[in-house]
Design a protein. Sequence first.
Length: 120
Amino acid sequence: MSTKERRKYMRISTDLKAEYWAKGPSMLTGSVHIRDCSREGFGVSFPDKVGKGEHVDLTLRVPGDNIPIFATAEVTWSEEGKRAKGVNAGMKIITIKPLDLARLLDFVYSRWLGGIREAL
């Protein structure tokens, strides 16, 4: 059984921390780990269950940049982690300032390109 890939943009592995505030039924807050990033979304590891469709406010901290990035994203899927405690989720960005998105993608792409150069 194959699953059709629906992403329009490549996901790039990253290692970012963020603070989150769920605005849906869970009403959870805390720290979250962003595993990967694309132009339209994030792969995230939450400490607790967040439900599909919940909107989450995020404050991201990019290493080397002292100005936080603010975004709101919607949980598009979530599942309990198989190996580690917590919940893995996919999130689609709903709102982010264009300059903040550019700063975030610049960081992610530069790390990705640096990894490619090191592998050569």
